[in-house]
Design a protein around this ligand. Structure first.
Ligand code: SAM
Length: 383
């Protein structure tokens, strides 16, 4: 099977590494996606275990067209009966960037007709379209004259892990949180603290990683389980193999927030993720906090200024910078914020700046080493 694994901008390289580790072959990064190949077991494993995938598409057919008629005849010839039967329902989700079609909706209608006619010809009956809860979600991608027809094996996006029933005003997408953790180079041998944890997404994702808890463990459904070729025993085996790797949390993973309400929300989500008592969260003002862990990591997502008064933003980021500088010696810190201006106020020089998007907001993920002294030492020692 050729798989197109979709992700967020900036996470392609870390997703490619994750897919290789999960056993995918021919792994190649694209824009917001990674292409790879593998068998049905890999498809189930990626859906169940990938922390960085948004959805997994299985390629059914790829071809060139010169018109809508070409699209109809190729889509009608495609062997849809491998995945659905006339009693199934389906929908077509179009992503079209082509001068051949003035409206995105039209090629989707063409494919719907082609699928219906394929079944009518073969069985005398046609499957119905169901846009809201289809058995089979067909992804139609047209770029100029190149068409890719795929099936969405996830349907509900994989960032919807299922543990986050509580959230504040600006929660991080779970895949973005897992991506930030991967990009930071954090490994579960360093204590991790999110001092502005909101609903707790970063600490929960970190603890899931550290305990080898598959992110799909809390989901009830995956798209592939409604396909006619669904192998229930195989998926059960995939779940059992990966669930057997779950371990206790090997390092402290903690969170804090200035808001009582956020702390309460984070605790509910931690509980939902089966991490009660393992991930601790407390009410604390970051500006009054001090780190005392050896080899600690701070990873956080402060307010971006939309929710703080403009005149207070500069002061907030300055204080955060001072707290990092004076109270977190020896830590590695990563902060995701919107815009260079906010970062400037921090007053520390990041060693890494990466562009990511939090929803539609362009952000910078900045990494800081807060151990100037020990770094100078290492340089002097020639290490
Ligand atoms: C953008 S939200 C974090 C969202 C979080 N990453 C999530 O996924 O839910 C920023 C959080 O910073 C908290 N905050 C603001 N000022 C703070 C301070 N001085 N100390 C600690 N937390 C603070 C807010 O209460 C808010 O929950």
């Amino acid at each position: 099977m050729k798989l197109t694994v979709k992700t967020l901008f900036g996470l392609e390289a870390v997703l490619a590494r994750e897919l290789t580790a999960l056993g995918a072959a021919g792994v190649r990064s694209h824009n917001r996606a990674v292409i790879c190949s593998g068998d049905r077991e890999l498809l189930y494993r990626v859906n169940y275990c990938s922390r960085l995938a948004l959805s997994v598409l299985v390629n059914v057919d790829s071809f060139r067209i010169r018109s809508g008629d070409d699209l109809y005849s190729r889509a009608r010839r495609t062997d849809w009966s491998k995945f659905m039967d006339p009693a199934s329902t389906f929908s077509v989700v179009p992503v079209v960037n082509s001068r051949l079609f003035a409206h995105t909706g039209y090629p989707a209608l063409v494919v719907k007709d082609a699928v219906a006619d394929h079944f009518r010809e073969k069985y005398g009956r046609r499957p119905s379209v169901n846009a809201s809860d289809p058995d089979l979600m067909i992804n139609l991608h047209i770029s100029n004259d190149i068409v890719d027809l795929s099936l969405d094996s996830s349907v509900v996006p994989l960032f919807k892990r299922g543990y986050r029933t509580e959230q504040g005003i600006a929660p991080l997408n779970e895949v973005l949180a897992a991506g930030i953790l991967s990009l930071s180079g954090w490994k579960p041998d360093s204590p991790l603290h999110d001092p502005m944890c909101g609903s707790g997404t970063l600490p929960v994702e970190a603890a899931l990683m550290a305990c080898n808890i598959p992110p799909g463990k809390f989901r009830k459904h995956f798209g592939f389980s409604r396909w006619t070729d669904y192998d229930e025993q195989l998926f059960k085996r995939v779940r059992e193999i990966n669930d057997s790797k779950i371990c206790r949390l090997p390092v402290p993973v903690t969170g804090a927030d200035i808001s009582d309400q956020s702390v309460a929300q984070a605790l509910v989500n931690i509980n939902n993720a089966g991490l009660e008592g393992m991930v601790k969260v407390e009410r604390q003002d970051f500006m009054e906090s001090r780190g005392n862990e050896e080899n600690g990591f701070l990873i956080f997502n402060p307010p971006y200024g939309e929710r703080i008064k403009p005149e207070e933003t500069e002061l907030f980021y300055k204080s955060a910078g001072n707290t990092l500088k004076h109270n977190y010696h020896g830590y590695r810190a990563w902060m995701i914020t919107a815009g260079k201006q906010l970062l400037k106020h921090v007053g520390l020089r990041p060693h890494t700046r990466l562009t990511l998007f939090n929803g539609s907001i362009e952000c910078i993920l900045a990494g800081y080493d807060l151990y100037e002294g020990s770094r100078k030492h290492k340089v002097a020692d020639g290490n």
